[in-house]
Design a protein around this ligand. Structure first.
Ligand SMILES: Nc1ncnc2c1ncn2[C@@H]1O[C@H](COP(=O)(O)OP(=O)(O)OP(=O)(O)O)[C@@H](O)[C@H]1O
Ligand SMILES: [Mg+2]
Length: 354
């Protein structure tokens, strides 16, 4: 049963193009303690364009990392990306029973997706009741079975029990609450932009409360930084990644490589803001939260605040949670933005049961 002994540990597993992020949280009485974390660089080609290419190698690497860092969690929450899902709000008769409802959803969703329903995993959640009691609003999320199967296969190779396959932006939203509390205005009113600067893509999501009202993805990310380090210092990619994480780059790195990368990154975020304003969605963005490995670059918040004139913070939830005895709070602080999704995944609670 949930909530007993080591069973209340949940591992958030965020697989990205150049790194696997693992966050182990221990849930107790609605509070969470960070009991282990790890970032493991991933070789090029194992996870491409948001898809798992080799589940066995990735799963085995997760298991190896867990053993090396003495993780004890058995149950995990992983995720797919926004690009992997199709969501649709439907109005449904309130008197349908579970099985009838599932058949009805399959029938309706078939009209919107370019794949046969038999190839999809469907998930649904009631959002809010309609004015009329006879009808309810349901949010249906569809994802290709092959995508979910690959994640499950990864979990099997990692010897983990998958609790749930979530969507990355839900995990970020979940992780954002604690950070938003400490921002200007304090509450969840207004619009929040969550920006995830990954390896090959930057994903820009806008939320009104918990509801995502806008998203955009652009082909910009840390791949540029990695490639520039490789060519500037003639080092192989794995050494370049090792050097980034261990701060072992030559003194010229900041001016020759990092600065020229930060400039277009700031521009990309400004462009994201402009694209949102031009999109016709009502409202102004009140605050920006930055996630992803590139958000670890020191001083990025200040640079953006100056340019954009908005409240900007890194999504550093991990460093705001209570940390277990063996965890260095300094390393949590530095890793937190890159761990935002893994942290939000580990915060997942099935109907408040944990
Ligand atoms: N301190 C740092 N300064 C600059 N860049 C960093 C730092 N730490 C990590 N990175 C960069 O962040 C990259 C990884 O970011 P992240 O883990 O968010 O990407 P990903 O999840 O693998 O990619 P995607 O989400 O696109 O699949 C690393 O490859 C590295 O280049
Ligand atoms: Mg990522």
């Amino acid at each position: 049963m949930f909530g007993v002994g080591k069973n209340n540990q949940v591992l958030g597993v965020d697989i990205g193009e150049s790194a696997i992020k693992l966050v182990q949280l221990t849930h107790h009485n609605n509070a969470q303690t960070v009991t282990n974390v790890a970032i493991e660089p991933l070789h090029r080609g194992l996870f491409v364009e948001g898809q798992i290419v080799d589940a066995e190698q990735i799963g085995t690497l997760i298991r190896h990392t867990m053993t090396q860092h003495k993780f004890t969690a058995k149950r995990a929450v992983a995720c797919v990306n926004f690009a992997d899902i199709i969501s649709k709000r439907l109005i449904v008769r309130a008197d349908l029973r579970a099985l009838e409802l599932e058949h009805w959803i399959e029938f309706e969703i078939d009209k919107f997706v370019p794949f046969p329903v038999s190839e999809l995993n469907l998930d649904y959640q009631f959002t809010k009741d309609n004015e009329h009691d006879e009808e309810r609003q349901v949010l249906v999320t569809a994802c290709r079975k092959t995508t979910i199967d690959k994640i499950q296969s990864c979990m099997e190779f990692a010897e983990l029990e998958p609790l749930c396959v979530d969507v990355a932006h839900n995990a970020m939203e979940r992780a954002s609450h604690l950070v938003i509390q400490g921002m200007a205005g304090g509450g969840v009113n207004g619009l929040t932009a969550l920006v995830d600067i990954g390896t090959s893509s930057t994903r820009f999501y806008v939320y009104k409360g918990a509801e995502m009202i806008y998203q955009r993805e652009e082909p910009f990310g840390a791949r540029i930084l990695i490639d520039d380090i490789v060519s500037e210092y003639s080092m192989p990619e794995d050494k370049a990644l090792y050097a980034i994480y261990n701060k072992q780059l030559p003194p010229s790195y900041k001016t020759k490589v990092l600065k020229p990368y930060v400039k277009p990154m700031v521009k990309e975020i400004e462009r994201g803001m402009l694209a949102f304003e031009a999109s016709g969605v009502n409202g102004q963005i009140d605050r920006i939260l930055l996630a992803g490995g590139s958000a670890r670059v020191g001083g990025l918040e200040k640079i953006l605040e100056k340019r954009i004139k908005k409240d900007v913070k890194t999504l550093n939830t991990l460093s705001l949670l209570h940390a277990g005895k063996k965890i260095s709070s300094e390393s949590l602080r530095s890793q937190a933005p890159q761990m935002a999704i893994a942290c939000g995944l580990a915060m997942w609670v099935p109907d408040g049961v944990l």
